[in-house]
Ligand binder design. Structure first.
Ligand code: FAD
Length: 301
């Protein structure tokens, strides 16, 4: 460990880039809360904000309308998630064209999970894009899009080995992917080792760590299980006994996320993608620790 004064996270941080992920709201109330979060986080000037596409393609219209509103009403650069699930190539291409017409220039291209959710067997739609690699190539054919793809530091649950998984990442890059965002992880060693292996495989796009602030430990642990992300015992221990103490849980969540991102900074990481769950406070605080400031904050001070 470097002496305290040599640790990058202890110095003023000027080179940090963040991006935020949101999901499309289902109700008017959820929409209001999403927009409160977007409004709070926007002054941090993220590189982009992304909007997910529900499992089984279930949120096509809601994803589109959220992204279109971001284009209309903010200066943020939106990225629309898109999957291959339950749609023909023509239908997917139409979605891409609609994004292009709405001024969107960045797509997060995924194979997607079956309608039943993560863990179920994926069946390509007859006449649809069969793989994320084919989708990336299809998007690039339709326009000059930035294309972000997924990456799995602990491998995707369906993948036989981490090397097989990295082969898929290489294929996606060869098809035109320009950035990867990782599945969330809690042990930074997984990410750091993964990036070493990816670079050794000749992949040079940014591999941006996906950070999930733990708003609810039980929910996060159950989601992690389905997506192949390991939950270390030390993390469970930190949230132990707090099921009925949301105030302390939030403080612990902030401490855990701060520890994770500042350790990554000390390992030279400068770009972070936050899974916001449409909630701003925790992410805002972590960005503050990362040295990001807004005019609003300066005025308030
Ligand atoms: P790919 O990169 O295509 O594949 C992942 C790995 O699975 C590959 O490396 C490969 O080894 C293995 N694999 C895939 N198919 C097979 C097979 N048939 N046999 C053996 N191995 C196989 N899901 C959504 O529905 N909507 C979203 O908006 C969304 N956003 C996401 C954002 C990020 C940053 C991440 C990391 C995931 C997201 N997901 C989303 C989840 C994703 O759709 C699932 O993890 C899905 O199971 C795989 O899609 P992919 O594009 O990540 O897979």
């Amino acid at each position: 460990m470097a002496p305290e004064f040599l640790r990058p996270s202890r110095s003023p941080l000027g080179n940090i880039n963040v991006s935020f992920e949101f999901f499309p709201p289902k109700t008017a109330e959820m929409e209001a809360s999403l927009w409160d979060s977007i409004t709070r986080l926007a002054p941090l000037e993220p590189s982009f904000v992304s909007v997910t596409y529900g499992a089984g393609g279930s949120t096509r219209e809601r994803t589109h309308s959220t992204v279109a509103r971001i284009v209309r009403e903010t200066a943020l650069k939106p990225a629309a998630h898109l999957t291959c699930v339950a749609a023909t190539r023509e239908e997917v291409d139409d979605v891409v064209r609609a994004y292009k017409a709405a001024g969107v220039r960045h797509i997060v291209a995924l194979r997607g999970d079956p309608v039943s959710g993560p863990g179920g067997a994926f069946e390509p739609h007859p006449g649809g894009y069969a793989t994320s690699t084919a989708l990336v190539a299809g998007i690039r054919r339709l326009g000059d899009f930035e294309v972000t793809v997924s990456a799995y530091p602990e491998k995707h649950p369906e993948s036989a080995t981490l090397d097989a998984d990295i082969d898929v990442l290489k294929a996606k890059v060869d098809a035109g992917a320009t950035r990867a965002v990782t599945q969330f992880f809690f042990d930074n060693a997984h990410y750091l080792r993964y990036v070493d292996r990816v670079r050794a495989r000749g992949i040079h796009i940014p591999i941006v760590p996906g950070i999930v602030p733990v708003q609810n430990f039980k929910q996060t642990a159950s989601f992690a299980k389905r997506t192949g992300a390991s939950v270390p015992q030390w993390l469970a221990d930190r949230f132990e006994g707090l099921d009925h103490d949301p105030a302390t849980r939030r403080l612990i969540a902030a401490a855990v996320a701060a520890e994770q991102v500042l350790d990554l900074v000390d390992h030279g990481v400068s770009d972070f993608h936050f899974y916001t769950m449409n909630k701003a406070d925790l992410v805002y605080a972590i960005c503050h620790l990362l040295g990001l400031r807004t005019h609003l904050t300066e005025r308030a001070a």
